[in-house]
Design a protein around this ligand. Sequence first.
Ligand code: NAD
Ligand code: GLY
Length: 362
Amino acid sequence: MRTINVELEQRQERSYPIYIERGILDEVGPGLGRLGLKGRCALVTNPLVRSICGERVIKSLEGAGFDVLTVEVKDGEQYKILAEASMIYDRLIEEKLERSTPIVALGGGVIGDITGFVAATYLRGVPYVQVPTTLLAQVDSSVGGKTGVNHPRGKNLIGAFYQPRAVFIDPDVLKTLDKSELRAGLAEVVKYGVIWDEGFFRFLEENTQGLSAVEDALVRAIERSCEIKAHVVKEDETEKGLRSILNFGHTFAHAIEAVTGYTRYKHGEAVSMGMVLAASFSARLGVCEETVADRIENLLKTLGLPVEAPELRYEAILGAMLVDKKVLSGRMRFVLAKKIGDVVLRDVQREEVEAFLRKAAR
Ligand code: NAD
Ligand code: GLY
């Protein structure tokens, strides 16, 4: 089993392990026991994930002596909302769950985010663990403690930083995942190579076949992604500085998602297109060579991800970016690529963004 520790500076009591192992779903119960948790627990999942692997996790928890309350949230991003969180609170209150009772989040990023938020707020905070079942959740959302729900006015507007007690990652659970979901998760994997580790980026370039199924290359990619994320979160838990590098490509991606009503593209697909834009913007500003942008685009394309959205008008993207971003004295902050494995935060004049988008749209 691979264990990666998320060591939170000066807060040793909140540091936690990420366990990565094929088949670890059957070990979640004993794992919770080793964390000193016992008695009752709540399992939050959705009907699809429950039908795929929920019973295995429940069996593991019951086998370790837990009395399990299972709560199902409807499947879909549209249910990552306060009303659904409230439904979970209702169940926890009806069942009189106490402050020491852990909650297990079993599912993709939607389940992880809403469950983490409920755990952060129910009785002012109860322990929770993440058992992510999508690639995106395994390499990104289950690690780092960003929890929350959406608001009608925007995504993730309500939330809290609240770290799990442990993360249990079973790569085998990805075997049932839709291929398009797997590809979407790979966009975030590529991001780690771009922002942090040229060697890892090269590994991805050399193993594109092995990344499209649950093979050793994919397991290695999950491990390295978690290592990098753990390192960044350790340095900057609440995104005062360094953590914003995890948003490489995301300013463009959020705008693409907003303009298309959050329905046409999966988040990872938008991140793929956003990273290509961020890289070519970096080249245009002279921060990196054109070849850096080409390399990023080629890898994403080879992995089957979209790299451009020609149907979108640049004015709409710029408009969405201006709503999304804090524009301070006409300047917008971007994560720009210096080379593969190294990025920099830079404030850019709004006019430069506009000129770039106008040209990119041609
Ligand atoms: P998701 O949770 O909606 O899962 C995608 C689909 O896959 C769902 O239908 C789900 O039921 C299904 N599914 C899950 N596991 C499966 C499995 N093993 N086999 C078959 N189907 C399975 O989407 P996602 O991409 O995992 O997460 C997206 C969410 O994550 C967004 O809400 C986003 O805001 C959030 N997010 C959070 C962070 C963070 O740091 N907290 C980071 C990135 C994204
Ligand atoms: N997904 C970005 C972050 O966790 O900060």
